[in-house]
Design a protein around this ligand. Structure first.
Ligand code: GLC
Length: 535
């Protein structure tokens, strides 16, 4: 049966905050929880009803919080547990749900479990991590497994004479999810935050949680071409370390914990291709669960390709599931940099009119761009380990641009990453005062989506337009049918659609007046433009 309810999480509009870079309240150059509290009204005004916070747990910050030293506390740079409780209460007062980032695959090597684990082979925590002897033949690393951040995935510990596994930085040791004690600990971490009243989790790299128990070498990738732009992690096919099917059994246990509570949501990071992602839905089968859909980021910005990928996804993620669409994140280049400013309005129309929860990365609503980071200011471990290949993620993590004052109103102190030079033109104060800004378009689209059964949950169907550069689809619920027409190119195109006429709901550039009767036969769509039409 088609789900037509407009309740959360189906009506979620998720805004991802990278806490270090959102708002600094104590002028130390790093964002914090009180800073976020001071900006909640801004988010509520935009129409946001869900915030996902990248990690705020105590951490040595090698990977900026994705190296957790304590799962049940707050890093002092962000505030205290009391600040967190205040943030949560304030979010709820603003009708905003709060999702925490859960990082189950690895802990910091400064976590007390790891500090114990490395004390001796007999330590009670030894088995919390993945320790192996040197390879009997070579005397070197146990096998060829790689770290996503470059080099071997194994690090030697001279004190106990064994190697531990780290799928990311060497300061992020992988937990041993085949050990029931680890499972139990982590389920209690979930309960700790759910008991405080949070609304759910975004789960970090769950596909790495389970590895081959025989520790077999991974096969070479025949398509890999070494070169200055090739990520060395791609030299192997990650047959034994990535997306082993048993990892879903662990996700199911997370889901069971969520079911001990009411109205919670969980979204997991999944980088697998479409078919595997569909399997994840089929296995978990809950409408309050979804894997991230990064296809818009990972595919070229081309109407024809988007149509294919979205048709396939939409037909497989049926109405019993909760689809998602992500336009930007803290791991990928910003949308403005990826696709260019001219297409940002088309991208906004796409994100808010598809059948799936939209995820907005902070600053995308004002069209923030990647920032050039000089080598001496690099913080990201990925860039530090594999410099100069464009893999670094600092460029998309720079401070939120609030106004045209010093440091863009983010802080009065020099921020941890430089503010983008364009902050005098691209900032919240300027754009919220302008009815024709990208921000105004985001706000309008969010409100439109929340008030439209067709846009929230209606059936999606794409249509031939006769032009490769134009993507057109309808969203349809009851008698409400909304036609979306998106021109992905910088040229006007004349299209043919199987509809005669409609009333304009929205022109991405506000040129044609709302309510205008539109003849849809031989319609000319201006360059970089999009229309929503009621038919
Ligand atoms: C995820 C995070 C990324 C982090 C990695 C390791 O991909 O999004 O930022 O570096 O996991 O935790």
């Amino acid at each position: 049966m088609q789900n037509t309810s407009k309740t959360w999480p189906l009506n979620a509009i998720v805004y991802q905050i990278y806490p270090r870079s959102f708002q600094d309240s104590n002028n130390d150059g790093v964002g914090d929880l009180q800073g976020i509290i001071s900006r909640l009204q801004y988010l509520a005004d935009l129409g946001i009803n869900t915030v996902w916070l990248s990690p705020i747990y105590p951490s040595p910050m090698v990977d900026f919080g994705y190296d957790v030293a304590d799962y049940c506390d707050i890093d002092p740079v962000y505030g205290t547990l009391d600040d967190f409780k205040e943030l949560l209460a304030e979010c709820h007062k603003h009708d905003i749900k709060l999702l925490m980032d859960l990082i189950p695959n690895h802990t910091s090597t400064q976590h007390k479990w790891f500090l114990e684990s490395k004390k001796s082979k007999k330590n009670a925590f030894r088995d919390y991590y993945i320790w192996k002897n040197a390879h009997p033949g070579s005397g070197g690393v146990p096998n060829n497994w790689l770290s996503c951040f470059g080099g071997s995935g194994w690090e030697f510990d001279a004190e106990t004479g064994q190697y531990y596994l780290h799928s990311f930085a060497k300061e992020q040791a992988d937990l041993n999810w085949r050990n029931p004690a680890v499972v139990k600990e982590m389920l209690n971490v979930l309960r700790f935050w759910l008991d405080l009243g949070i609304d759910g989790f975004r789960v970090d790299v769950p596909e790495w949680m389970i590895k081959d128990d025989k520790f077999r070498d991974e096969p070479e990738n025949p398509d890999y071409k070494p070169g200055p732009q090739s990520d060395p992690y791609q030299q192997l096919i990650h047959k034994y370390t990535h997306a082993q099917k048993e990892y879903l059994e662990i996700v199911k246990q997370f889901i069971e914990v969520l079911e001990e509570y009411e109205h919670k949501f969980m979204v997991t990071e999944v980088w697998s291709p479409s078919e595997q992602m569909i399997k994840v839905y089929n296995e978990i089968e809950r409408d309050f669960f979804a894997p991230f859909n990064f296809f818009i980021i990972t595919h070229p910005w081309e109407a024809r390709i988007h149509r294919q990928v979205i048709d396939h996804y939409d037909s497989r993620v049926t109405h019993v599931y909760t689809p998602t669409y992500v336009l930007g994140s803290h791991d990928k280049s910003r949308t403005a940099t990826r696709i260019g400013h001219a297409q940002l309005r088309v991208a906004a129309l796409l994100l808010f009119t598809l059948r799936g929860i939209p995820f907005i990365y902070y600053g995308e609503e004002i069209g923030m761009e990647d920032t050039l980071i000089p080598p001496e200011k690099v913080h990201d471990p990925f860039e530090k380990n594999i410099p100069g290949m464009g893999l670094g993620r600092d460029p998309e993590r720079t401070p939120m641009q609030w106004d045209n004052k010093i440091f863009a109103g983010f802080s009065e102190h020099e921020p941890w990453l430089p503010v983008n030079d364009n902050y005098r033109q691209v900032n919240v104060e300027k754009l919220t005062g302008d009815d024709e800004s990208l921000h105004a378009l985001y706000k309008e689209l969010i409100a439109m989506r929340q008030n439209s059964e067709a846009l929230l949950t209606g059936k999606y169907s794409s249509w031939d337009t006769g032009v490769d550069d134009i993507f057109a689809y309808t969203r349809h619920a009851g008698s409400e049918v909304i036609l979306v027409i998106l021109n992905y190119s910088n040229k006007p195109h004349k299209i043919t659609l199987p509809f005669r006429k409609g009333k304009l709901l929205l022109d991405s550039h506000g040129i044609i007046e709302k309510g205008t009767d539109m003849l849809l036969y031989n319609l000319v769509v201006p360059a970089n433009n999009g229309y929503l039409v009621n038919i």
